[in-house]
Design a protein around this ligand. Structure first.
Ligand code: OAD
Length: 283
């Protein structure tokens, strides 16, 4: 149990402790160090002292639930071109094709269950007075795990919106009738998700910004940090003085701005981190 962590040597193109110190990043490779790795004491202390925390998650947190990411080797966008499926123009052109794809995703995700990473974030929420979880995921797994202070910034696979009257409703039918229509006005329903070329809901963006600007720490889990505006969230917070902590097996454009970057799977790293945190005396 509990071998001390060692900095990763020469991995991921960031070699040498000098460079790491310069970048302010501690690289570790949980997979390489093996089971029982202890998260650095300084990170546990940082989280223990953090009273205002924002967590940002992406597709990587749902990998251990069996949900594919968008851009990895098994990524969803490998077999489907996003511009054919996830744009308002695509839906206008061929609503059936788009709905069939969403129906396929809904059927897959309906089988998925929250994993230890999702559950660790629920435990983290319980400890931190000012907490907000921002997820780019539309799979609903954070909500199912029990996260409450949560904003699904790209919407939800489990909500539909009427193109005529604008009503948004929960809809968990799998399969969904083709094509689905509004029970109120009969208009065509679309998935209530944010597509390429669409803006985030301004109220959600406002609440996210407020939390980011007052955050002491931003924990970024399982996102490639390439889709805006979420890709910039942690940097906004950093400019206002927050420390960034990243959990991701691979480096991202954010890694160089992190105080701690833990190279490992969210479903393994997060529960271990929470266990250490829960050993700390409560505030
Ligand atoms: P991506 O597929 O772009 O990135 C997934 C990230 O998860 C990568 O950086 C992986 O290295 C990392 N990852 C893989 N396995 C992991 C694990 N077990 N634990 C932790 N991390 C792991 O997904 P997102 O960044 O979420 O937008 O993509 C952002 C947005 O792009 C999505 O919300 C979606 C897509 O277009 C919309 O649909 C609007």
């Amino acid at each position: 149990m509990g071998r001390p962590c060692r900095p990763k040597r020469g991995g991921g193109g960031y070699s040498g402790t000098g460079l790491r110190r310069l970048l302010g990043v501690e690289f570790m490779d949980i997979e390489r160090v093996g089971a029982g790795l202890e998260p650095p004491a300084a990170l546990v202390q940082l989280l223990a002292e953090t009273e205002r925390l924002v967590v940002l998650t992406g597709a990587g947190i749902s990998v251990e639930s069996g949900v594919p990411t968008f851009r990895g080797p098994e990524g969803l966008w490998r077999s489907f071109r996003p511009e054919e499926l996830a744009t308002p123009q695509a839906f206008q052109r061929n609503p059936r094709l788009v709905w069939e794809w969403y129906d396929w995703r809904r059927a897959k995700i309906a089988q998925a269950r929250p994993n230890p990473g999702h559950l660790a974030l629920v435990r983290l929420e319980e400890r931190v007075p000012d907490f907000l979880l921002l997820t780019q995921n539309v799979d609903g797994l954070h909500r199912l795990a029990g996260s409450r202070r949560l904003l699904e910034i790209h919407g939800s696979l489990w909500e539909v919106r009427c193109l005529s009257c604008g009503a948004v409703r929960e809809d968990r039918r799998v399969p969904i009738p083709m094509l689905p229509h509004c029970g109120g006005c009969g208009g065509l329903l679309r998935p209530h998700v944010v597509w390429f070329g669409e803006a985030l809901n301004p109220e959600i963006l406002r609440r996210a910004e407020e939390a980011l600007i007052r955050a002491q720490t931003v924990l970024v889990v399982g996102t490639s940090a390439v889709v805006q505006p979420a890709a910039s969230f942690a940097l906004w917070a950093r400019e206002a003085g927050a420390a960034i902590v990243e959990i991701n097996p691979d480096p991202t454009p954010l890694t160089r701005y992190c105080r701690f970057a833990l190279a490992g799977a969210a479903g393994e790293v997060l529960p271990r981190l929470l266990s250490r945190l829960e050993e700390q005396p409560s505030r």
